[in-house]
Design a protein around this ligand. Structure first.
Ligand code: BGC
Length: 455
């Protein structure tokens, strides 16, 4: 496999969608002004003690006030697509009920500004920031979730559907249900199967219902949903390790995509799946869990290696970290493995009903070196070169992959990692809000210029 992208020719094609992704809770700040209600991340960051350095997303990189400049930077770096999410509690401060006009106005201006600059807006409806008012009523575990979500999606579609045609329903349902409702590491910090199982089912239902609502309201909509994926590698050829890897694979790679394709939930021999079926009577819902998505957003950062571990309840598996195995990894400890990215693209493309794929996130945290105002991040450049070469290989083999959005435009609030884990192409000084394009940003610009040349 080639390890560097051939950047001298237009090999991805003129129609390929190059973009950057950001998320409201990670970028907007302005958490308590202009009528916005609190989100679960505002409350979790105050109360849980689980965020590094007690960081809070209250101001973060202040995209709410600086979006014009940030869009100009996006444009200057050569991207065509700007993916952002809508903060539910900015639109509906109480989660449901009264609409906040100032919140609506903000997104109208943001969208107008994108269109003015020739940036195509891709809107994510839910990127992890549930209104706190709804969490008090049970959040993603509640029977009312679908009703609440329906209202939020309807408001967004009716308000913005004339201008925005590209919609992503959920961002990584596996991540927000597992980290937020099983492991307690993310907001709202809940744990245990009694929270996890209903949250899974409500998220899987919301993903399909959201698609249906957008389809019925927005003319000519291009609708997708974004799922995380990680190749799962057994630690050894021992059958117990292989079975353990299979269980994790169901959770990380199959749980949300398969019901959306009409395949129902995976029903392999796995205690957790049996419980999911029993708890939610899930077998009844195969039809409603399905939606004919125009594209699937794939988000890939790393593969994981897994071994059998009888101590872990139900899952009976644990990760053998990249650091322990002494393989190349990012500053998050995530294995760097572009070949694995290639294999995951091929694997998801091989599902019968997956029509098109867009890589809606991929990127890395490395400790950037700042010398004389220059942000040196060669490791990030190397990472992008490898992952883009892998993407190109899949594309050249005929896989319908139509876009790649880098995570992320600029350093922002990285959930439980706070502000120390920086994934941006642009460095942010969180004290002064000064933006400095990193060397990887400059590299991307040159790369995209080469892609846009016409031959
Ligand atoms: C999430 C982003 C996050 C990134 C890096 C993805 O799972 O969608 O919000 O910042 O990973 O951790």
């Amino acid at each position: 496999m080639t390890t560097t992208a051939k950047i001298s020719s237009n090999n991805f094609g003129n129609d390929f969608l190059w973009g950057v992704s950001i998320a409201a809770a990670q970028n907007e700040g302005a958490y308590n002004i202009d009528g916005r209600g609190l989100s679960i991340w505002d409350v979790f960051s105050k109360r849980s003690g689980k965020i590094k350095a007690a960081a809070k997303p209250f101001e973060t990189c202040d995209f709410y006030h600086r979006y014009k400049d940030d869009l100009l930077l996006t444009k200057a770096l050569g991207f065509k697509v700007f993916r952002f999410s809508i903060s539910w509690s900015r639109i509906l401060p109480g989660g449901t009920g009264k609409i906040n006009k100032e919140g609506i106005a903000f997104y109208h201006t943001l969208i107008d500004e994108c269109l003015k600059l020739g940036l195509i807006p891709f809107v994510t409806l839910y990127h992890w920031d549930l209104p706190h008012a709804l969490e008090k009523e049970g959040g993603w575990t509640s029977h009312f979730l679908l009703k609440w979500f329906n209202r939020f999606v309807t408001v967004c579609a009716e308000e913005f559907g004339d201008k925005v045609k590209n919609w992503i329903i959920l961002n990584e349902p596996m991540a927000f249900t597992a980290l937020g409702y099983m492991l307690g590491k993310h907001a709202p910090g809940k744990t245990g199967l009694n929270n996890f199982l209903p949250a899974i089912h409500n998220a899987a239902m919301a993903q399909a219902e959201g698609g249906r609502i957008i389809r019925s309201i927005v003319k000519k909509a291009y609708i997708g949903t974004s799922v995380s994926c990680s190749e799962v590698v057994p630690f050894s050829s021992n059958q117990k390790d292989i079975d353990a890897a299979n269980r994790i694979d169901i959770l990380l790679n199959r749980l949300f995509i398969e019901p959306s394709l009409g395949l129902g939930y995976p029903d392999d021999q796995f205690a957790l799946m049996e419980k999911l079926h029993l708890h939610n009577k899930a077998w009844k819902y195969t039809e409603r869990l399905k939606f004919d998505f125009d594209f699937i957003g794939l988000q890939n950062y790393f593969p994981i290696t897994v071994k059998y571990n009888p101590v872990i309840p139900i899952i009976q598996a644990s990760e053998v970290k990249a650091v322990t195995r002494n393989v190349p990894h990012t500053a998050m400890g995530w294995e760097i493995n572009a070949e694995s990215f290639y294999r995951m693209i091929k694997r998801f493309a091989s599902y019968d009903n997956v029509k098109e794929i867009i890589i809606t996130e991929n990127g890395a945290f490395f400790k950037d070196k700042i010398v004389d105002g220059v942000v040196n991040d060669e490791q990030r450049i190397d990472y992008f070169q490898k992952y883009l070469a892998a993407l190109l290989k899949a594309k050249q083999e005929g896989i319908a992959v139509n876009g790649y959005f880098a995570w992320t435009l600029m350093d922002n609030f990285e959930w439980s990692e706070g502000f120390h884990a920086r994934f941006g192409l642009i460095h942010v000084d969180f004290k002064t809000q000064l933006r400095t394009v990193k060397q990887s940003g400059h590299w991307f610009r040159d790369f995209l210029l080469s892609q846009n040349e016409k031959f």
